[in-house]
Design a protein around this ligand. Structure first.
Ligand SMILES: [Zn+2]
Length: 726
């Protein structure tokens, strides 16, 4: 299962992801209460560069009220810097135009990176209001830079001479990136079209913030509340205790609460014996943002699809997807859709076979009903137990959080790359659950700082992601400050955190993004670390997942949390054998969501559907991925990746990157697996390069050829002829 990665990295990406208009009455009311921003005061901690190690954010000093004035002062300062660059009289050069732009906006970058980090992982009402108020301003700020004619003429001037001057390849790549970003933002549009573009960006930015806030509220309200503990029959004692704790925190002492995960399917469905409770939980999940209440997102996403199509048309593209994919590895929506639709027949054939297996079980037990989506997890878990004699509760005692982190994730990174870790208790954090580690290179020199914020909170967005507070670059001389966030179930007080295998995979995944950020060794922030095409960015993270099951790594972390006994080899065999289990379901829900993303984003301008629910149903049917028992991993109304997570027309990237990660791991297998030599080669040729070299070229240099889909089909157990569940 793949996790979400919020790409809010380069400031430009961050700003264009946070776009929007302010003409909506309720928002005007909210704004009037908090605007205008007070002038920035001298004790605002953002005003000076952090003096902490690695320029880490001053969470010891930062208060809610510091963000808004610092954002506004940051925008003001950057505009003044940009204005000075644009108005120079000397002919444009790399050094007098591109370099100062890379250096501009230090205060804004510092503030915005911290702000969006905290908004995602630890938000509150005040910060949400600041976001609602500032998001359109940030979008306008972005436009003020990218639609500045005078500035673009200078960028274009540098771009036109890039081959005449004897510039290093990285500088050439940076110039090309700048020119492309300006053109894609609308720098070459007529004045009238630029005005329209600004207004589209304003409205989109407002809608995106709207979506985030509705989804967070809808997810919180959607939690399943249970009055009688017997309704939770099937959950473990610890899980019931956790549900009671969650209720207490909400002021519902004496009840039990199961908070919603971001996905359609909820983990508790695998265990809940009461079918009506399973159904209720499923409905709470799927209807969280479509109940015609204040958290309903349907009109928001309809309008967003409409505006994105119009924006693409303005920029000369037939659809939003065509616009987005033009600078991705896939190049066109057709190429990406082909990869997905090629995988649909083996995936759905397997899903139908899996469903038939479960129906048989239901019938044998005299159930007397037809398998429904809320039954899938429950019966697939039973089939898994019967077939592999394996259930989640058997393996979880071997996946204790600290052991997985230090003896698994860190251990694998040490064996491959030689890096070591030391926990730092002196670096301030934004919440007591956050842990901080300093990372050292093989020669003992300091490399990076990484924060882990792994447990679920009601004020944290769903899913898991990685991002950075500080980007590496030689220009600034700074080392990376990286964070990983997830939503693992927080254990009841005093209990150890025992993870599911899926959680374990998530830790390796997000840490893989972390390595991509931490190993960056580039000259300029815009090309740093994970600033690569979206359909390449999931490659290092998904690649790192492969080490979770590597025998020496696995043996090192999978130990019983009470006895320290190694995981029995019989259990290991069962886990390995069951790896391709339920892949029909996993692949089908993934393809359904990926194709739904394209259904929305291949609409031409002016063609927004009247009704969200029927458009979704018709789209799934059109792509032959409408399997009633296997709903999409996310329905449109709570598909955060594509509405506020920066993955619009980009959810396919997980699958596109999977082709790469499985193919690259096959290279490791062919060359001796987990060795320092192999790790160094991967680090040098992929992980340290950021966006300095075209992604397809990077891959080809590493692999010696272009990727192919064989390893993926093998890994998923979907290779031809083997599409029935035995
Ligand atoms: Zn990811």
């Amino acid at each position: 299962m793949k996790q979400l990665f919020r790409n809010r990295l380069a400031l430009s990406a961050l700003l264009s992801a946070a776009i929007i208009t302010g003409a909506c009455a309720p928002y005007a009311a909210i704004k009037s209460r908090i605007s205008p921003a007070p002038a920035v005061s001298g004790d605002n901690p953002f005003l000076v560069e952090s003096t902490l190690p690695y320029h880490a954010p001053r969470f010891d000093l930062i208060r809610n009220e510091h963000y808004q004035p610092a954002l506004e002062e940051g925008m003001r300062q950057q505009l003044a810097e940009i204005d000075a660059i644009a108005k120079q009289l000397q002919a444009p050069t790399f050094d007098n135009t591109i370099v100062p732009m890379e250096k501009s906006g230090a205060l804004l970058t510092r503030t915005a990176k911290t702000f969006f980090g905290v908004i995602g992982a630890n938000t509150n009402d005040t910060l949400q209001k600041v976001q609602e108020f500032e998001a359109p301003k940030l979008a306008a700020h972005n436009d003020a830079i990218y639609l500045n004619d005078q500035l673009y003429r200078r960028v274009k001037g540098v771009y036109d001479q890039r081959n005449a001057s004897n510039l290093p390849d990285e500088q050439k790549a940076l110039i090309e990136r700048y020119n492309r970003d300006f053109v894609r933002a609308g720098a070459t549009l007529s004045e009238a079209d630029k005005i329209r573009m600004r207004s589209l960006n304003q409205e989109l930015s407002k809608l995106s913030t709207d979506f985030s806030n509705k989804l967070l509220a809808g997810t919180k309200v959607g939690a399943l509340v249970v009055d009688n503990v017997s309704q939770l029959d099937g959950l473990s004692e610890d899980e019931i205790k956790t549900a009671a704790d969650a209720a207490k925190q909400r002021g519902l002492t004496g009840k039990w609460v199961l908070p919603l995960r971001n996905t359609t399917q909820q983990p508790a469905q695998a265990e809940l014996k009461n079918r009506a409770v399973r159904q209720k939980l499923f409905e709470q999940s799927t209807l969280r943002t479509s109940r015609s209440d204040s958290n309903d997102t349907r009109s928001t996403i309809r309008r967003m699809a409409e505006l994105r199509a119009e924006k693409a048309q303005l920029l000369g593209y037939p659809t939003w997807a065509a616009y987005v994919l033009a600078n991705q590895g896939a190049k066109t929506p057709e190429n990406a859709i082909k990869l997905l639709t090629d995988l649909v027949p083996p995936a759905t054939a397997r899903a139908h076979a899996e469903a038939a297996d479960m129906q048989k079980l239901i019938d044998t037990q005299g159930g007397g009903f037809k398998l429904q989506p809320w039954d899938w997890q429950y019966y697939s878990e039973q089939v898994r137990k019967a077939k592999y004699d394996l259930d989640e509760s058997q393996i979880m005692p071997y996946f204790e959080f600290n052991s997985v982190l230090e003896n698994g994730v860190f251990y694998a990174a040490n064996k491959l790359y030689g890096i070591t870790f030391k926990e730092r208790h002196d670096i301030p954090v934004y919440h007591p659950d956050v842990r901080t580690f300093e990372v050292f290179d093989a020669d003992g020199s300091p490399l990076a700082l990484i924060y882990f914020d792994y447990f679920k909170r009601d004020n944290k967005s769903g899913g898991a992601w990685m991002d950075q507070f500080v980007d590496q670059s030689r220009l600034t001389g700074w080392k990376p400050v990286v964070y990983n966030v997830a939503n693992f179930t927080k254990p009841a007080a005093g209990q150890p955190a025992l993870l599911t295998y899926d959680d374990v995979t998530t830790m390796f995944h997000e840490f893989g993004h972390g390595l991509h950020g931490m190993f960056s060794r580039v000259g300029y922030p815009t090309l740093s670390g994970t600033n690569v095409p979206r359909d390449f960015v999931e490659f290092p993270s998904q690649f790192n997942e492969h080490w979770a099951l590597e025998p020496t790594v696995f043996a090192n972390y999978a130990k019983h949390y009470q006895t320290g006994a190694p995981i029995p080899s019989a259990l290991v065999d069962k886990i390995k054998q069951s790896r391709t289990f339920n892949q029909g379901f996993s692949m089908t829900e993934l393809m359904a969501a990926s194709l739904l993303d394209f259904a929305w984003h291949t609409l031409p301008a002016g063609a927004a559907p009247g009704d969200v629910d029927s458009f979704e149903a018709a789209s799934l049917k059109r792509f032959n991925v409408a399997v009633p028992e296997v709903p999409p991993r996310y329905h449109s109304t709570y598909f955060s990746h594509i509405w506020d997570g920066g993955y619009s027309a980009g959810y396919y990237a997980y699958t596109w990157s999977e082709v790469l990660d499985d193919d690259a791991f096959a290279w490791f297998t062919e060359h001796g697996g987990l060795t320092r030599a192999n790790g160094s080669r991967f680090r040098d040729m992929i992980l340290s390069r950021g966006g300095t070299v075209d992604a397809a070229t990077l891959y080809r240099n590493f692999r010696g050829r272009d990727p192919n889909v064989d390893a993926l089909l093998e890994e998923r157990g979907l290779k031809g002829g083997d599409s029935s569940v035995k």
